[in-house]
Design a protein around this ligand. Structure first.
Ligand code: NOJ
Length: 556
């Protein structure tokens, strides 16, 4: 049934709801279990809708919840129009969506179509015979041609081609062997995807996050690539030129027909790629999600600032980005960019949330980061279930790496860290479930949980709410021009945001010691809007910030 209110009339793309919104990411398996099976579900989200509303967020991106054998926790879809039973029914989904809409919250769906599950009917058919009508839905290499040219797999240490006896051929999978890559050069595949997207748009969803979309188009002649090419994965494996045409086709077939937007996971390898994907006159996608920040926890603050400034400058006039520091593929924000020690955990989490919510671009907050949830200690490989971690481990064994060192890194960087259940209260299993949760709850939940932070006006949670409110009420934080101050300061990230005569100054101390900044702007200080300490040390043109202090001030 067509939802009249979803059908697009016209959007002023220079100002759009998906630019003004604050997005909150829910990993459904870990958010709230309503039926006592140890897995989060839709009814659990419904129970927590008032909580979501209380945060002030206006968009939710939910990781995939479609029918799946769950080899990669739902990033291996076996039926794009069916719900994975552990999350509930289609009716539960509709109730959850309606509940969100009633509260002014939009829903963004994860569209996982670079690959499907090997249990999808398309793949079952495709592998059954060489002349099956679905054969060309995937990439096959007949074994009589010899071994296929080497392709690296992100998850499988054996490489991206797997031999399939049934038809004496290899199929391609950039991720796990259970995630065969779809053949986007086949227009039938693309139109299947557009139909799936329309199916969900008709149900009322408001946006799409295009998973791994950069890899969708491939040179199907599969030329030999130079040795070592896999080290530059995105360059070699992504952004094959026809991709732009396909995205434009998707825009015409789906996006242009509804009041929805699509965000790219990734942004190509150059700024030009990113513009080509999101500039409005090209009619491809609407927002990009660049990954330059990913390794930046290892960088000096000046380099970190340079990354964000480069992206902002390049998108100042045209295009739109998302701003994020964490998600389900990375370990926790506070460990990577802040300080997880008891003394500084709260202030550093507040500082990082202030950053995300005061930059230009749509802010993305990963569930639990509004509490300062942290990494979990998992020193032994036996505790890991993630296909990526297990693949990396096998690769490390194969390559004869130092496994002690490997495990130390995995423990810190593994994405298992961000998948532990949400910490609602200090009751057993943090109030996430009444039974054994699918993944161990972080033992720090007695101290770090929603119920406790709710009551504390100075908690990370209440700071987050304050920041979201400030952003929601001040377009200067959404559209305002960004200008970096004191770029060589190794401790403090300082910038202004300016729109129509309104000006805000943001000061963030990224260190565990006092540090100061001197700027003529400091003379113009008017009202303090945000401060995660109860004082601010100002002396003439100099402000001294306490460890991880975060301040936003209105300037005259
Ligand atoms: C990117 C997703 O964010 C990640 O979780 C997933 O494993 C891969 N794409 C494969 O779909």
């Amino acid at each position: 049934m067509k939802k009249e209110n979803k059908v697009k009339n016209s959007i002023d793309i220079s100002r759009a709801w998906w630019k003004e919104g604050v997005l909150y990411q829910i990993y459904p398996q870990s958010f709230k279990d309503s039926d006592g099976d140890g897995f989060g579900d839709f009814k659990g989200v419904i129970e927590k809708l008032d909580y979501l509303e209380s945060l002030g967020i206006t968009m939710v991106w939910m990781n995939p919840f479609f029918e799946s054998p769950m080899v990669d926790n739902g990033y291996d879809v076996s039926d794009y129009r069916a719900i994975q039973p552990r999350y509930g029914s289609m009716e539960d989904f509709q109730n959850m969506l309606d509940g969100m809409h009633k509260r002014g919250i939009k829903l963004v769906l994860d569209v996982v179509v670079n690959h499907s599950s090997n249990e999808h009917d398309w793949f079952r058919q495709s592998r059954s015979s060489r002349d099956n009508p679905y054969r060309d839905y995937y990439h096959w290499w007949p074994a009589e041609k010899g071994e296929p040219p080497f392709r690296h797999s992100l998850f499988d240490p054996e490489g991206a081609w797997t031999y399939d006896e049934q038809t004496n051929a290899y199929y391609l999978h950039y991720f796990a062997a259970a995630q065969p890559d779809l053949n986007w050069e086949n227009s039938k595949v693309r139109y299947e995807v557009y139909d799936i997207m329309k199916f969900w748009a008709e149900k009322g969803v408001d946006g799409f996050r295009m998973d791994a979309f950069q890899y969708a188009s491939k040179d199907t002649n599969f030329p030999e690539w130079p040795k070592g090419h896999e080290k530059e994965y995105d360059k070699w494996y992504g952004m094959n030129p026809p991709l732009h045409g396909y995205l434009n086709e998707m825009y015409n077939e789906v996006i242009s027909k509804y009041d929805i937007f699509a965000v790219a996971e990734g942004a190509g390898t150059t700024l030009q790629d990113a513009h080509d994907i999101v500039d409005r006159d090209r009619n491809e996608l609407q927002m990009a999600y660049h990954f330059d920040y990913v390794g930046s926890d290892q960088l000096k603050l000046t380099d970190f600032k340079a990354i964000f400034t480069k992206w902002d400058t390049s998108f100042a006039e045209e295009g739109w980005l998302s701003i994020f520091l964490s998600n389900h593929d990375n370990s926790r924000l506070v460990n990577r960019f802040g300080n997880s020690s008891p003394e500084y955990r709260a202030v550093s989490a507040q500082m990082l949330n202030t950053f995300i919510l005061s930059m230009r671009g749509t802010p993305y907050t990963y569930f639990g980061d509004e509490l300062g949830m942290a990494n979990i200690d998992m020193p032994s490989i036996e505790e890991y279930v993630d296909v990526c971690a297990l693949g990396d481990y096998k690769r490390a064994v194969k390559e004869g790496k130092d496994l002690g060192e490997f495990m130390k890194n995995l423990n810190f960087y593994s994405r298992e860290n961000s998948r532990t259940p949400m910490q609602w209260n200090d009751s057993k299993n943090a109030g996430f479930t009444t039974t054994t949760p699918w993944k161990k709850v972080n033992p720090d939940y007695k101290d770090i949980n929603v119920a406790k932070q709710d009551k504390d006006p100075n908690s990370v949670l209440n700071h987050f709410r304050k920041m979201v409110k400030l952003r929601n009420e001040n377009k200067v934080l959404v559209y305002g021009k960004y200008e970096l101050l004191d770029k060589n300061n190794e401790d403090i990230y300082a910038y202004t945001r300016v729109l129509d005569g309104e000006k805000m100054l943001v000061l963030l101390n990224f260190t565990d010691h006092n540090s100061c900044i001197t700027s003529p702007q400091i003379k113009q200080l008017a009202d303090i809007q945000i401060n995660n300490y109860n004082s601010l040390a100002i002396n003439n043109h100099t402000i001294t910030l306490k460890p991880y202090q975060a301040v936003i001030v209105l300037l005259n």
